[in-house]
Design a protein around this ligand. Structure first.
Ligand code: NAD
Ligand code: DAU
Length: 348
């Protein structure tokens, strides 16, 4: 099996490459990534000489780049995206370009592509996995803890990021419905683990604390997220590729709900820091209150379950990864990152 992976130099993509080459030693993977601020080839260091792995620098919105790559592969796993909600509030345009137009470009190229060795239409025999997000479902109230997102929950997006991801999600659905393309969609909750860009809350807070800085907690800190280890998500994407049913959506979550305040206290405890390290800051505009995932369908139909997400161990291991990889995040936390951070927090 030869997989075309988009966005493989990012956080989840690079973890997917490492996991796939370990779990499926006979597979090949081509990584198409334009290397935005969050794409980093350091995440893939050591793979340059692996004959199973190829890197192509290119943009998913460019049809001339994507068509020959699709025609030489057996499946597409589409992860490339603008991924950070706060950035989408500052400027939504790159989100629409990559997450909507980029997805449409890939789907349309896959629809028109021919299989290698004269095997007819590519989409007749090959699968397209769209990596979506639980944010497409919108927000749950704190008052009803029994409510969770199911695959049948209507899409009700609140941020420019989630709206653009839902655009790609609905296009993927439409290409299955209209053209009978073999599309499978995954919707996962908040990931944590190695190589996560330190704009996302866990690596931001952990690296700030290592640097002796405070951690900016939004609003009242009561917003809830369901945390899943990135390897559990990547295994979910792999099982969806191998065992999912065409046209279906699969939710993945960590069964690991925490408010941001609980998350922050846990990080402070594991890092031996006090509550004076918390800096309350203005809330994110339109901040979704709670995400909670019902992933019984993935359990039932894919035999998938999260096995690496349980806290405190998984969180402690992640903190240790950032402690042991200072050179990685210190180089990431410079340049373009600083410009963004200055815009976001006015230089605080
Ligand atoms: P990331 O920002 O770390 O990585 C995104 C990657 O996509 C980068 O390597 C970037 O260079 C690449 N990219 C961006 N625009 C591109 C373009 N036009 N052409 C080619 N490559 C491009 O993001 P992530 O956190 O690893 O998320 C990966 C995917 O998983 C996204 O689709 C995201 O919506 C989804 N997702 C993320 C989470 C999470 O918690 N991080 C949860 C559920 C779903
Ligand atoms: O749920 C899946 C989504 O999770 C993915 O689709 C997105 O790509 C990913 O970025 C993530 O979105 P969130 O907005 O939930 O993640 P973030 O790490 O930005 O924020 C997590 C929570 O922490 C959120 O409630 C906002 C809060 N937060 C975040 C930052 C960056 C803070 O309190 N302070 C901060 O500085």
């Amino acid at each position: 099996m030869h997989i075309l992976l988009t966005g493989g130099a990012g956080f989840i993509g690079s973890n997917f490459v490492h996991l796939l080459l370990k779990l499926r030693p006979t597979y090949r993977i081509t990584n198409l990534d334009v290397l935005t601020y969050s794409g980093n080839l350091e995440n893939l260091r050591g793979l340059e000489k692996d004959p199973r792995y190829t890197f192509v620098k290119g943009d998913i919105t460019d049809e001339k780049t994507v068509m020959p790559l699709i025609e030489s592969c057996d499946a597409i796993v589409h992860m490339a995206a603008e991924s950070h909600v706060d950035r989408s509030i500052l400027d939504s345009r790159p989100f629409v370009m990559t997450n909507v137009i980029g997805t449409q470009t890939l789907l349309d190229a896959a629809r028109r592509a021919q299989s290698k060795n004269g095997g007819g239409a590519w989409m007749k025999n090959n699968r397209f996995v769209y990596v979506s997000t639980d944010e497409v479902y919108g927000s749950l109230p704190l008052e009803n803890p029994e409510l969770k997102f199911k695959e049948t929950t209507p899409l009700e997006t609140n941020s420019p990021y989630s709206a653009s991801k839902a655009g790609g999600d609905l296009l993927a659905r439409a290409y299955h419905h209209t053209f009978h393309m073999d599309v499978v969609t995954t919707r996962c909750s908040n990931n944590f683990g190695p190589f996560q860009f330190p704009e996302k809350v866990i690596p931001l807070f952990v690296t700030n604390l290592i640097e002796g800085k405070q951690v900016p907690l939004y609003g009242d800190g009561k917003n809830v997220r369901d945390w899943i280890h990135v390897d559990d998500h990547c295994e979910g994407v792999l099982t969806a590729l191998e065992k999912g049913k065409a046209g279906e959506v699969y939710n993945f979550g960590g069964n690991n709900e925490r408010s941001n305040l609980e998350l922050t206290h846990e990080i402070l405890r594991l890092m031996g820091k006090g509550h004076d390290s918390i800096k309350p800051v203005a809330d994110r505009p339109g901040h979704d209150r709670r995400y909670a995932i019902d992933c019984t369908k993935a359990l039932r139909e894919l035999n998938w379950k999260p096995t690496r997400s349980a806290w405190p161990q998984a969180l402690a291991d992640t903190i240790n990864w950032y402690k042991n990889n200072e050179a990685w995040w210190r180089s990431v936390k410079s340049g373009a990152y600083r410009d963004y951070y200055t815009k976001q927090y006015g230089g605080r």
